[in-house]
Design a protein around this ligand. Sequence first.
Ligand SMILES: [Cu+2]
Length: 347
Amino acid sequence: MSSIKILLAFLLSVLTSLVVAHETPTFRPESHAAAGVMSDHMHKKGEWMIGYRFSSEKYEQYYSGSKKLSLASVIDSGYSMTSSEMTMDMHMLDIMYAVNDDLTLMLMPMYMTMDMDMTMHMGMDMGMGMDMGMGMGMDMSHSHGTSGLGDTIISALYRIQNDGNNQTHLSLGISAPTGSVTKKNAKGKLTHYDMQLGSGTWDFLPGITYTGFSGRFSWGGQLQYKTSLEGRNKSGYSLGDEFDVSAWAAWRVAPWISLSSRIHYSDKARIDGAYPNFMAMSPSDDTNNYGGEFTTFGIGANFAMQNGPFAGIRVGIEWEELIDEHYNGIQLGRSDKINLNISYSFK
Ligand SMILES: [Cu+2]
């Protein structure tokens, strides 16, 4: 991934050096925020937007709090199963319709795919001190995954301020529990909480977004909250509340491309409740090992196709990298996230 970043940085600097003075286009790449920001923009009365969003996250290294943790230490903490890698992909349809200039409605159904490589550590800590003098017992690895429809977000964006160059809107969203929380593993037991496809509860998602524009520069900020409206889902738990703040800046390098950087802070609480009669084998089976405080830095590019067969299409891409993390308990930490979106608006 880092070589791709270097290549991107190189390409962007070449592009930058080629830039000549240009007029402000009416269809501007920066009128959408960095690709990982949702509910970031509104539409004009009667306008529709059909979009596709994709994000992919990879988890590879165990952490305890802010410190990296070796596999041996995870096993010493009492877990007989560990995972070496997890990937989580989200595909989302992003449908928007503007009732009027101050009210845009959104519908976002999604499809999730989770995959995990697991290792079962045997011959250790079986209460018999069976070390056999080898230090390690036998390890057995396997992969498992889940996929299917995730939750569905329905939301309304309402403009509260607009002087042309400075715009602010509120977003009020509801997430419907269309994603499964009863996915099971090969042994017929409920799978890890983070491999369930939805939250299992109706959730409330309020937010506020500000964007500013001046010539080729634009910037913005967004606060968002997510909270469960129900105490427990049908599997006996509810996801912790989540608070997100993003601040970004973008520069239109050419009429068809803007480059962005973003700081994203999120605070996510532990899971409430637990599966009934469940024995935690791996860290992700324990509800205390969820949530934490994270800060990421993202770089991205937005494209607005000005002419040719793809005129009117927007593409956004963004990489997010953690710059500061504090995990609750013991967790497999995130190493990378990529956000991609493609959209088209019409009346
Ligand atoms: Cu839109």
